[in-house]
Design a protein around this ligand. Structure first.
Ligand SMILES: [Zn+2]
Length: 499
């Protein structure tokens, strides 16, 4: 047995025109076809009356013969949306600003960068809580961790909250997940809705050790697995299910500490380092390059099998990593951007624009409603997030421009810490510690100059917004607990166990 750091810490600008801005039935194809017909008619008008009549007859016949074709072309987009596959890739511990497509100085991500250019990139996407379990629970249930009552790893997502996988399964999808860390073991509730859920890891190759206790649970076998193994498993699964309509979730864990990328992924980055911290960061970047290659392999497989044109693909992360900023190397402990800002990329050929970068503030809880909206499937009533399609199709449209953040529950810390990201501002409040921080991210992206004392009115307003939000989450959670208790009591009563 080896104790692991992995276990310990995992606790608009429109660059291209919209292809089909409203996502309606293949309008573009119809326009071209009708324009050609109109041109033919116009040419006919220059001819004699007899010729004109024959032209008109020709047009009528053409139109008659092509009606079914028009119908097919017109509805092809709708059909593709209804029959599209979904691939969701979550990359653990990947902070957005260490990727080329988010302006990082090292070449860590050629495959992800290329993918970003073929779809939509969200510049300011935030996870709800920078910890693996709660963050993934937020993505899948579209609920804030506080609403779920799920504030740390090892806690279970209540079956009260329907998930994206359950919804897609209900709507005819074959569903499968390949995760790479015990943190997402089926016992924690995320396997609901998946026909297959692979979370078994060999002790060989596990960087997080094997056979030990973690968050009160015994880990049998390895704690995690490398991305190349996960990719192979995922591809094997697709080979068997490629003709079905599927939802596939692939989770990679490589950028999580310890940073031990296979050779030679960090070699070039290490050449530039001088301090131990530089070396840590270079190795972290090497892990990103390694996982980028895995993502590339998976995407290439989709391309080779002609699946990419009929698959909605989303790439995101559950949280970032401190890497020494604000005196913290890992994640979980605070809500600064290095921990909470995540990548969010989407591609859906012929449906959403390509090479579009959006500046709106969006959240992890928005991912599931957006996927369902793109597939024209009704979202669950319990979802708290909102579809991002309105801003994807109309980038000038304002979103709610707010993200609520919270650090995980630490028994050894003095209390809770909340954050709100609104406009260009970030406000952070730790009620038990009695601290407030206010940053202007438009001028201070590294959150170094706390302006709270100079902006008392603004600070008060943002504090109030967090208090209202917190109250709503906690009241909702208690109400839902009460409903469950009432249902259980009713059931027990009907069985004669209680009066
Ligand atoms: Zn994580």
């Amino acid at each position: 047995m080896r104790f692991s750091r992995k276990g310990e810490n995992c606790n608009a600008s429109l660059k291209a025109p919209l292809n089909n801005p409203n996502g309606m039935c293949g309008g573009y194809s119809n326009i071209i076809f009708l324009r050609e017909v109109k041109t033919t008619m116009s040419n006919c008008n220059k001819e004699s009356k007899v010729r004109k009549n024959s032209c008109f007859s020709l047009f009528s016949i053409t139109l008659f013969l092509c009606c079914p074709l028009l119908f097919i072309i017109g509805c092809s987009k709708k059909a593709s949306e209804a029959s599209a596959n979904v691939l969701l890739i979550t990359i653990d511990t990947l902070r957005a600003d260490h990727l080329g497509c988010y302006d990082y100085f090292r070449k860590t991500s050629p495959n992800i960068d290329h993918f970003a250019s073929t779809g939509v990139l969200f510049e300011h996407a935030y996870c709800q809580m920078p910890t693996t379990g709660p963050s993934h629970a937020s993505i899948f249930s579209s609920n804030y961790p506080r609403r779920l009552g799920l504030l740390k790893n090892g806690w279970v997502l209540s079956s009260q909250y329907p998930t994206l996988a359950e919804n897609l399964k209900k709507n005819g999808y074959v569903t499968s997940a390949f995760v790479s860390s015990f943190t997402l073991d089926p016992q924690f509730g995320l396997a609901r809705g998946f026909d297959e859920y692979d979370a078994k890891f060999s002790s060989q190759g596990s960087s997080g050790g094997s056979d030990f206790d973690w968050e009160g649970q015994h880990v049998e076998g390895g704690f995690d697995q490398r991305g190349d193994v996960t990719t192979l498993k995922a591809i094997n699964w697709i080979q068997k299910h490629r003709k079905e309509k599927f939802f596939l979730w692939v989770h990679y864990f490589d950028p999580h500490s310890p940073y031990t990328p296979p050779k030679p992924y960090a070699d070039d980055f290490l050449k530039e380092t001088r301090t131990p911290l530089d070396q840590e960061i270079a190795n972290y970047d090497g892990e990103i390059l390694f996982v980028d290659v895995q993502v590339g392999k998976l995407l290439n497989y989709f391309k080779d099998e002609s699946l990419d044109s009929k698959t909605l693909i989303i790439i995101t992360s559950d949280h970032g990593e401190g890497l020494g900023q604000h005196n913290w190397m890992r994640h979980g402990r605070n809500v600064y951007d290095e921990l909470t800002r995540i990548l969010l990329l989407m591609r859906f050929p012929d449906v959403i624009p390509v090479n579009l970068r959006l500046n709106h503030i969006v959240q992890g809880i928005d991912i599931a409603p957006t996927i369902l909206d793109l597939l024209k499937i009704k979202k669950e009533k319990s979802f708290q997030g909102q579809s991002l399609l309105p801003i994807v199709f109309d980038p000038k449209k304002a979103s709610n421009q707010i993200a609520f953040l919270e650090r995980r529950l630490y028994e050894d810390l003095v209390g809770q810490k909340f954050g709100i990201r609104k406009g260009g501002l970030k406000y952070i409040w730790a009620p038990e510690e009695g601290t407030e921080e206010l940053y202007d991210l438009t001028k201070d992206s590294r959150e170094l100059l706390n302006k709270a004392q100079w902006e008392p009115e603004l600070t008060k307003k943002l504090n109030h917004a967090i208090q209202v939000w917190r109250q709503e989450q906690e009241t909702g959670y208690q109400r839902e607990r009460q409903t469950i208790d009432d249902k259980i009591k009713k059931k027990l009563k009907s069985l004669g166990y209680i009066d």
